[in-house]
Design a protein around this ligand. Structure first.
Ligand SMILES: Nc1ncnc2c1ncn2[C@@H]1O[C@H](COP(=O)(O)OP(=O)(O)OP(=O)(O)O)[C@@H](O)[C@H]1O
Length: 254
């Protein structure tokens, strides 16, 4: 089996007259954590939704292990192991953590009976929510809702997980806990694609990084090399090539 798990080939997406993805090629390799960064409006979420099947490209193909799945809906893709976790956690608020994971196992993962129950329990355990299994989702703090969102994706027994800005809204002290969770997902054998504006978080776990701008790939490779490249510094971080980085996270760098 080759390294390529999921691939986008020659993807073009237009919303009316706005071209959001331009002849985009992207490969996701088995076992990697591919981080995707880029300025607002670069097309990152659109790319993730094209991979997950909620947006159809006007041109191009999506391949899963070399098989063309471009015409397949997101529900079909989730049953084939492509799970998506969105920026805003949206569990069923009136259901418990366990019930939410179970529903995901049944509907996203197409699992039944004991197998679904087992998948839900394993997902809850990996997401470190064991002690909260009976708590209603509406009573969880934000970090635990994020955990639940990852648990719901895990319960479908995915091969690949697409994460869209899941660190958003967390405090600095909560981010390391989320990183531990994502590392755990990766260590369990799930390939991860993670879009994130919290770059320092992403760079600490990503095994490869892509910087997107105006719907095209500006740079890709080792995360530290990508962040250090003059093009990325200028376009994404707003730093001129000969300017020293004083405070990448602060307003001074903008
Ligand atoms: N369904 C849609 N209809 C019309 N325009 C859209 C739609 N979805 C996205 N866009 C536009 O496409 C462009 C790219 O959006 P996208 O959300 O993919 O960018 P992004 O890189 O994820 O941005 P951000 O970092 O701000 O989330 C934006 O100009 C956005 O307004």
């Amino acid at each position: 089996m080759g390294a390529e798990l999921l691939a986008a080939k020659g993807i073009n997406v237009r919303f009316g007259r706005l071209q959001v993805l331009v002849d985009l090629d992207l490969t996701v390799n088995r076992g990697e954590l591919l981080g995707i960064i880029g300025p607002n409006g670069a097309g990152k979420s659109t790319l993730l939704s094209v991979l997950g099947g909620t947006t159809s490209p006007q041109e191009g193909k999506i391949l899963l292990e070399g098989v063309d799945i471009t015409s397949k809906r997101s529900s079909w893709r989730s049953r084939q192991g492509i799970a998506t976790s969105y920026q805003i956690p949206r569990p069923f608020l009136g259901m418990s953590v366990y019930e939410n994971a179970l529903v995901a196992a049944q509907f996203a993962g197409n699992l039944r009976g004991k197998e679904a129950q087992q998948a839900a329990l394993e997902a809850i355990s990996l997401a470190k929510l064991d002690g909260l299994a009976d708590v209603q989702a509406k009573n969880l703090r934000l970090l635990d809702r994020k955990r639940l969102e990852v648990a719901r994706a895990l319960a479908s027994k995915p091969r690949i997980m697409l994460l869209d800005e899941i660190a958003g809204g967390l405090t600095e002290s909560e981010v390391p806990e989320l990183l531990d969770l994502v590392r755990g997902v990766l260590d369990s054998g799930v390939t991860v694609v993670w879009i994130e504006h919290v770059v320092h978080a992403l760079v600490s776990v990503a095994t490869r990084m892509v910087c997107l701008t105006y719907g095209s790939i500006l740079a890709e490779g080792n995360p530290h090399d990508v962040l250090a490249s003059p093009e990325v510094r200028q376009v994404y971080l707003g730093i001129e090539p000969d300017e020293e980085i004083l405070d990448v996270d602060g307003a001074d760098a903008k």
